[in-house]
Design a protein around this ligand. Structure first.
Ligand code: V47
Length: 368
């Protein structure tokens, strides 16, 4: 472990990474400028080496996964974001609403986590969203429910007249164990205006997670990248999250979500490079030094790139998911779900030890 600096001094192609390497080895904190240096460099291997070093210092060779299931109760949404292919109006031929029976039919005893996210339905009352959680907890008391993004929490507050804190307390009471990280998109107000103008603003997203942590609900955070953002927008996003985590300590995982353009109003955008994807994941591990976990989200990266991202600082491969709809509606070419065997093989093939976890990162089984 102690030899990373020596190796980097010998092999790095970009001398600007040497100062960063020293910080990483000594446990120092990356500055905004360091973040920019990492995104600007073409020395991908050195960045990977640093991120893998930081990952191994925390987790050794463990890589987590969870047997989970996504449930999207409805795609009917009161707002329309340019990057989204999932949201529909109630009149659309593709609009759907899942009833209780249908939701329960998607679940089984084996699941450790149910991840719920959906549209902001213009007619469903707040109680209906609570009932979905209660129903799942009643039938499957052992399963963790990771439900409703900050954007949905904000909507529930609008439709119920309750404060964010009151909504979150009601969700906790109904059985919500954690909030998913969606809806963060990219915090830069300038970019947000262009890609998701009607959505909950950055300050509110951050404040809802702050409140969730205060009332004892842990959460995740995402970034939606690979569209019109500049490098400084990415570093700014990481900086705001790192500050919040310093304050609350309530985040478990950070998930870079790669934009998928099909069927969206941003479909003219061309994909960025694979190096950029890997640098965003590596930078997440290096910059977010107070986040316990970084996910390689195979749904958007694709399975192969997600496996490679495990060598670029990621210690979590997310989960079985069956079946993802939001991102597949936008043309993702990954499968809609995978088996436990898939994860153990994928993680072992990458040279790491698979660790099955639950939603709160309790270890279920280590696959030596
Ligand atoms: O915030 C919507 C994204 C997100 C597109 O907490 C798109 O463990 C790409 O919340 N291309 C929701 N992305 C995803 C999410 C999530 C995912 C994985 C793990 C966790 C977690 C949370 O879906 C939204 C948005 O950024 N999304 N449309 C699109 N066209």
């Amino acid at each position: 472990m102690g030899t990373i600096l020596e190796n980097i001094e010998r092999f790095a192609r970009d001398p600007e990474l040497l100062d960063i390497a020293e910080k990483v080895e000594s446990g120092g904190r990356l500055s905004f400028e360091d973040g920019m240096t990492i995104l600007n460099t073409s020395d991908l291997n050195t960045v990977g080496l640093l991120a893998d070093y930081a990952k191994r210092k925390r987790e050794g060779d463990r890589v987590y996964f969870v047997v989970n299931r996504h449930v999207n109760p409805t795609n009917i949404c009161a707002i329309s974001c340019k990057f989204c292919a999932f949201a529909k109006t109630a009149k659309s031929a593709d609009a759907y609403e899942l009833n209780s029976e249908r939701i329960l039919s998607l679940l089984n005893e084996e699941l450790r986590e149910v991840h719920i996210v959906g549209g902001l339905h213009p007619d469903w009352p707040f109680e209906h969203y609570l009932d979905i959680v209660r129903m799942i907890k009643e039938r499957y008391p052992a399963v963790h429910v990771k439900a409703y993004t900050a954007v949905e929490i904000d909507w529930f507050s609008d439709i119920s007249g309750l404060s964010h804190e009151e909504v979150l307390l009601a969700m906790k009471e109904a059985g919500v164990d954690a909030l998913p990280g969606g809806g963060a998109e990219i915090f830069s107000e300038e970019v947000r205006k262009k890609i998701c103008a009607p959505k909950t603003q950055s300050l509110q997203w951050i404040d809802i997670h702050r409140t969730a942590h205060r009332v004892g609900i842990p959460s995740n955070a995402t970034i939606l990248y690979g569209h019109i953002e500049r490098y400084d927008h990415v570093v700014d996003h990481f900086d705001r999250l790192r500050n919040l985590q310093d304050e609350t300590g309530g985040f478990f995982a950070f998930i870079p979500v790669l934009f998928q353009p099909e069927n969206t109003r941003m479909s003219e955008l061309k994909p960025r490079s694979g190096s950029y994807d890997l640098k965003v994941h590596a930078l997440a591990r290096l910059y977010l030094d107070n986040f316990p976990h970084i996910k390689a989200y195979w749904i958007t990266l694709g399975e192969k790139a997600a496996q490679v991202a495990l060598s670029y600082g990621c210690d979590d491969a997310d989960g079985t998911i069956l079946r993802e709809k939001i991102i597949h509606d936008a043309g993702a070419t990954s499968e809609v779900g995978h088996t436990r065997d898939f994860f153990t093989r994928m993680i072992k093939d990458a040279g790491y030890t698979p660790v099955e976890r639950d939603a709160l990162y309790n270890v279920v089984k280590i696959y030596n």
